[in-house]
Design a protein around this ligand. Sequence first.
Ligand SMILES: [Zn+2]
Ligand SMILES: [Zn+2]
Length: 437
Amino acid sequence: MPSSSLPTTPSSPPSPPLNDNSHAERRLREAEDRLREAIEELQRRQRRAAACGPHQHPPCHHANDESCVANAIGNLCQSFLLSYGVRVGIGILLRAFKLVRRQSYSSLLDLKQLVSEKDLIVREEACRIGLLFGGFTGSYHGLRCLLRKLRKKETPFNTILAGSVSGLSILALDDSNRRRTLALYLLARLAQCSYNSAKSKNKFHLWGSHWRHGDSLLFAFACAQVMYSFVMRPESLPKSYQDFIQKTGPVAQPVYKAVRDCCRGYPVDIVSLSAFLSERKKSNHVELTEFPSIIPCSIIHPDTNSCLAHNADATTATFRKTFPLYFSLTFVPFVVLHLQKFMDAPARTCWLAVKGAVRSTAFLSAFVGIFQGVICLHRKVSPKDHKLVYWIAGGISALSVLLEKKSRRGELALYVLPRAGILVLFVYGRNYVLLGV
Ligand SMILES: [Zn+2]
Ligand SMILES: [Zn+2]
């Protein structure tokens, strides 16, 4: 495994004025040392170039005495181990949170309960993620060395070709949905890069791109589309998205179906709806008709009559549910990828992870709370439902992204945007989507 050690730069202490001579001597010696190091480095580079062939191709940039194959394999192993470690670490931390929630604190010290094969099911996924990242970096470095030798020059074409071929390591993921999500995210990234490059050369820029909150607006637009489709056309969203939104929000699936039918003017499935309500033991308060003009609050949140209590519950429940996940996602990658920094200041790292996780969780909880709030508010002022309400509610609740760090807002917009783009295509016809999604 390649390990790089950075030489520490000697810092010269301020010299006493009486010792001018010795100070000058020391400076001279330091300059000599530096010159010697530079000459040695030059010689090393020449030797490396000679080893690769008699000046036939530009020298590689990897460590001096390492062959290209060893470098590629080293990169593969390092990335594999790091990503494997991150995934397993997240799994263990989430398991620990689960045990804490069950209040079995003593079991935290019991390795059998914490990491047993039965409860901690991350191995296959960790291996796949390791192969994805390890395979990518390993084959990318190997291919670049190979192309450098074959083409006897170093051009951007080499980089693009090596990157494209090693991108095939995405096949390590078995779920085609996740492959698609990753590919769409990378495509959005590519679009962002080319756009930024065109903008920096003053070739082209979008109207409104200089706005301070342009990224939040983009995110709001994307979320409006996604939440609208979640309520009105859930089949257009990938299953993982649907499950995530369903699990995070407080409203049950049969209620969404009733809202959808009501908006479209279809008859509401009274049988399944009343079965759901009797499960919640509130059926006697609600009158069900086949063609309601709106699905009332008493069905949307049957557990409580107060909209305010419902919204507060939804917000705090989301916070409790998602905090462990966000904490693990912030903490583990930092520890694994910056182990030295973590060892230097463990308390600070923990504090930063808690702060970051609280911020992200607050954003998601506020999103859920505001979405529910807008829906309740609509029921207070209007006797009729409209599908546009869910688009607007999604857009307004997405403004909670302002709670997030500025740098994360653009990131989130890029993550959600490809889905929203495809949803726009959906409006033009189903066939497009089958090609696109
Ligand atoms: Zn090489
Ligand atoms: Zn309500």
